[in-house]
Design a protein around this ligand. Sequence first.
Ligand SMILES: [Zn+2]
Length: 448
Amino acid sequence: MGERKLWNAAIEEMPPGQLRGLQLERLRAQVAYNYAGSLHYREKMDAAGIAPADIRTLEDYAHVPLMDKDEHRRVQERSLAEFGSPYALLACAPADRIVRISATSGTTGMPTLYTVTAHDVGVVNEMHARKYWRAGIRPGHTMLQAVSLSMFTGGLPLSDGIQHLGACVVPVGIEGGTRRVLEFAQLTRPHALIATPSFGLYLIDECRKAGGRSARDLGFRWFFCVGEPGGGNPTIRRQLADGFGARVFDHTGGGHAFHGISCDEPPDEYKGMHFVSPDHCLLEIVDPHKRQPIEMTDGAVGEMVFSFIDWEGGPLMRYALGDLLQVWTAPCPCGMPGVRFKIVGRTDDMLIVKGANVYPEAIRKLLLEFAPRVTGHFRIRLRRPGPAVDPPLRLRVETSEADPSALESELIARFRAELRIAPAIEWLAPETLPREAHKTKYIEIEGS
Ligand SMILES: [Zn+2]
């Protein structure tokens, strides 16, 4: 295999116009297939008054109603009750073609299932190969997969994809504990580690505690972040890069068709992830409240909606998971092709202040520009749950400055310019706000 930049240049570097053509062709075939094969989709489209033949353009497709996780669960429940199978209503391929089921890692409610045929396994493998190839992984490299393996879409499907590229996977998992991960790191001498950022930081700490050794001695040249937003956080990326002496990549995509990987870039920078699966996944963004499509222009923000195209098993159609996505369409300085995206928050957290859409992650990012004058810890204080907020938006912000008045004017000017809001700021001393180990809830409701 000669050295090449991309796993599948013919697709990955396809000119945008040609790619749109391929997407439309596959989308139209997919919608007809979904309608013919899935009772749920047929009922849903009939109720909306749309027939597969009505979809002649990508704009026509926007009339197909969105689907969320609750609907997915309801379909699974009904499917179990009526057909004795969790996927009979959604999976368009007959049961004897289904070869694998994986599930989302959601902690509440019934797990939502990804149902795949041998063809779909091939699609998933291809996407993993595209991602790792871009990062420089080649046959001869060994990857230690230290993530949850049980049912997780980043478990077995990912192991399969690494083998498809021709690299060697050591699927140690995390179910056996940290000691087992370290044991196999020392025994198999992998070049790359795949883990959540928080597990990576924990390993660095554990190595230090175990007799002052360094995680650098493990010899990883790559750290692939998965499963958590920390892979896009410059501070965490820097800690991982320094702790392991490795290049840090963020990536997403398990046993389904939505896949992306970040650029090869210094840890303090993060330009988002390149979308690598446009030939098998149609990506849209919509207004989280009006649920109308937003044009994918450079820097646009909206709720992520995806549709699997050229998918046989359980093809998800206009699936909205509640993630807020920012997209960039301009060419990336790293030279890799593909639209870039960052997950910038959850639609549940989005607020509307005088018509401006404001999300906590954007506030956090803006505040961090002022570090170390602010600690970066803050809360949004609301009288009642959003999204609508009576102006001004009230923020509680930690500062190390004795007199923050100059800081306050600078901050408010930045808020006006960047987010089109002028918040009212209550200043707090450092370490006033509670630190939460996992996901910080930025919004406080008065009296609760
Ligand atoms: Zn890039």
